[in-house]
Design a protein around this ligand. Sequence first.
Ligand code: GDP
Length: 485
Amino acid sequence: KTSYLKHTDKHHDRLLGGLLSPDMDEQYCLSRYKSSMFRKPSPFSVSPYLVEKLRKYEELHKKCGPNSKFFKQAIDQLNSGQSVDNAECKYIIWTQINGLGNRMLSLVSTFLYALLTNRVLLAELTPEMKDVFCEPFPGSSWQLPFDEFPIKLLLLKYREDSPESYTVMLKNKNITDSSNITHESLPSLVFFNAVAFNWRMENHLFCEKDQKILQKFNWMVVKSDGYYAAAFFLLPMYRNELRRLFPIKESVFHHLGRYLFQPANPVWNIIERFYQTHLINSDEKVGLQIRLFREEPIPFEDVYNHIMACSEKENLLPKLDHSNHDNSTPIVDKRTSILVLSLSSEFYERIKAMYYEKSTVSGEMVAVYQPTHEREQDSQAKFHNQKALAEMILLSYCDKIITTATSTFGYVAHGLSGSKPWVLRTLNRLMKEPGPACVRSMSVEPCLHSPPILECKANVSIDPTEVEPYLRQCDDAPPMGLKLY
Ligand code: GDP
């Protein structure tokens, strides 16, 4: 009754402070204009420079995107096998791996890379990614056109040992490691293998001299499973631009994610229906995301007790009245909704039973919901991904967000929401280092789990957190992770 009405008047900020262009058909993408009714206004202002950059990017995308004359020319140039200087349009192609959360983090990172290097972002959207997001760029498409593009199944074709991989080119000395290399001596396409694990093995991707060479290729294919956007802040060559785009450092994913990820109509219909049916009349919405990783099996009771310990300490879920008083009249007129998100239904069942069997100390009314329990991750299925996105967005609408450490699903939700989550620490870590069950994150940004080693700067390994004060260890994945604060 409160939050919905507050934002439904016609003055609500439909275009997110200028982040979104008004040039998009409302019916094609309902969420673009309606989602601001359900979410709280952003805590971070959008810099005018970012707005200007996005409008310029949209122009570039329209000029160079699929179906344009420049795209056809660029395909001819790709077929020629050689890079050229002064190309009108250069491209970066995103390929996907892992679950939807990983994909969204790497897509935002690739878009930021495109903005920093004036490339056009095209996405290899396989069938399970169709009808998940709306097209983000007005008047054009971000989908790599499969029939026109000469290379098929990029994700399968390019691997870390492929001749197109930048590090393989370096190893084979196909390119000398010098900055005065000519465009014509380079192949037309380079594979930028930014899967987090590789960075520790191959420390060439985030060195300035390599970035300068990489910029000379007309086509780049990227594979990444993580939030490599944070790594660009390590490079002085991009830092000034990044500062202008994001005066508030922790707003990078928040703004670019809100810009790129408009749920497609089938997903929006799920979100709107669920919100209107269950959440609209809540005074407070508490979202609880429980992600159990197969590699770290933990008994249900231990996880449940862990969640309760976190809730108790941080005052998150309404407290139960254990006093046995027959108290049926609500003391306060407050309705709290708890949204449980998990692949399994066990936690939902237990929490729902708690509030069914006992009243709350405050007398507030509590409803517990779980939209789905899919049992298994099935990221190759479209409907599964659509439901996962709907749930990430619903979680992002909650007033208090509790997530599981290191889960990219959780990162997306709190990143889009702009509110700092409480993060359930991994139980295995707690066994090694005792401490609180959860911590309130100091930043809404996702964590880059495996940052590059900055050996290119010196012959010794440099701690990235010593480079800039706003780059720090992640609170959910120390000691390796890197995050913007
Ligand atoms: P991560 O593995 O936690 O980092 O997150 P990802 O999103 O990359 O991969 C997990 C995938 O499992 C999700 O994208 C969903 O497909 C599925 N999944 C995990 N938890 C949930 C959940 O609570 N709800 C739904 N609908 N799907 C989930």
